[in-house]
Design a protein around this ligand. Structure first.
Ligand code: TIU
Length: 223
């Protein structure tokens, strides 16, 4: 029998007919974005801002684990030979601190390097899906859509960084593919506070044009 779920969200409650259709998508909670010496810092950002959401993301993650609901972790990074990194993407950084260059945590934004790994508190548990991605959106050149279909997932609760870059891109991609998406307000963060506020407002405007937003407490309450 179906077990419905209703989350107190904006612009109106987020309803799921059966909670088995829900997955948690944790976007790019990697050292490259949250720790000094990584890709985010190389772009000139204050990475400390992003660290404050780690305990909140962990609480939601633990709730999904406790309920046996699917969790998917995405990881932005490139192959060792950078064959999946367009020159246009690589050329944006400062010389010497570009994608593939060697930093204090290994090569910047390269898969398998220490700095490209997840922050330890949010390391995937055995059985949780990890989706490496070369772009900002998690559907671009990944098998994510097929993996979600195989799991029977139609509703995504989204957490991670950064709100207006990889999170928003992914949420828009998911929405266009027919997924119902809810962005967890205090489980996402940006290097730019005003961009986070604007993103939360724009995704839920126009009657949830891209999706819903809700605080982690509302998600935990509903689960
Ligand atoms: N720079 C920035 O804000 N974000 C990224 O490059 N990637 C993600 O958001 N993961």
């Amino acid at each position: 029998t179906a077990r419905p779920l209703e989350i107190a969200a904006r612009p109106y409650p987020f309803r799921v007919a059966d909670r088995d259709a829900v997955a948690l998508l944790v976007i790019d909670m990697q050292r490259d974005f949250l720790e000094p010496g990584g890709f985010g810092a190389a772009l000139g950002n204050d990475v400390k801002r992003l660290q404050r959401i780690v305990p909140t993301v962990r609480r939601v993650l633990d709730a999904f684990r406790d309920h046996g609901l699917p969790v998917i972790h995405t990881k932005e990074g490139h192959r060792q030979d950078l064959s999946d990194c367009p020159p246009a993407k690589r050329s944006r950084g400062a010389p010497g601190m570009r994608i593939g260059d060697v930093g204090p945590m290994g090569r910047i934004l390269v898969l398998g390097e220490p700095g490209n790994d997840f922050v330890p508190e949010l390391a995937p548990a055995p059985g949780e899906l990890v989706v490496p991605k070369p772009g900002k959106g998690a559907f671009y050149r990944t098998g994510l859509d097929a993996r979600l279909a195989a799991l029977g997932v139609s509703h995504l609760l989204i957490a991670g960084v950064t709100t207006e870059v990889c999170v928003q891109t992914t949420m828009r991609e998911a929405n266009d593919r027919g997924y119902e998406c809810l962005l967890i307000e205090d489980a996402t963060e940006s290097y730019f506070p005003e961009f986070k506020v604007a993103t939360l407002e724009m995704v839920r405007a126009q009657g949830a044009i891209i999706g819903w937003t809700a605080p982690a407490a509302a998600v935990l309450e509903a689960l």
